[in-house]
Unconditional design. Sequence first.
Length: 268
Amino acid sequence: MKYKLLLLDIDGTLRPDGCERIPRENADAVNAVQRAGVKIAIATGRGRTGVGKGLLRSVKPDYWVCAGGAQLLDGKGNELALHRLTNEEMYALVDFFEDYELPLRFTFHDANYAYLGYETFMEREKAKNLHNNIVDGEDQDHHLVEMPFGAFGFAPRERAEQFQQKYGYLGLQFLYSYPGSNGCDIAQTGVDKGRGLCELAQLAGLTPADCVAVGDGDNDVSMLQAAGLGISMANGSAAAKAAADCVGPDAAPFGVAELCRRLWPEAF
């Protein structure tokens, strides 16, 4: 069996747009591959706390690459690595998003706190069935308890360019999640799903060449490039498709199940 670790993005990959949970067919196929001896990792822009109960149905991953690579955990929830934002990075984001009245939330261990635009987040969560465990953090004080290790905002791409003109020295990356969306993960230089894949492979006694990564968004590009086999879903962004070794089926209705059957036919 050539590939020993399968990393899967959730939204737009395991969970097609419009679905409240991942399709049962995808869950069953991932479980079959896992029973055949392949380790499973969920690689998501969500923090671990943002993956709601029932979202993955029966899938119980061996590992988690969360918050766009900033948080690594094993299947029991033990933290393997964590990369927090600095004070300067966090305050620069808050100041900029406040200036342009843009929604911004930060990822902490207990929840995602919307420092700006809580109502907008809730409207968009409901529209996309995301249920990302967002609480109203407009008091902007939870970082006094712990510094965040993830950030997500809604910013037109021209605003992201303006941020870089003002704060480019910080090296923060704006990684857009879906084609045509203004929602983006905001990460430190060198903190992304690709680095998470490499860190995780080393912890698991593997190499990146042993890994298959499947995703659809700009925030999956580094992971698709780092893996031994990177697969973009057909509904993926142009950047994801360009970074991948190949383009798979559309996420809907059961694209991940189809990929699992192609890659590990012996598991079925």
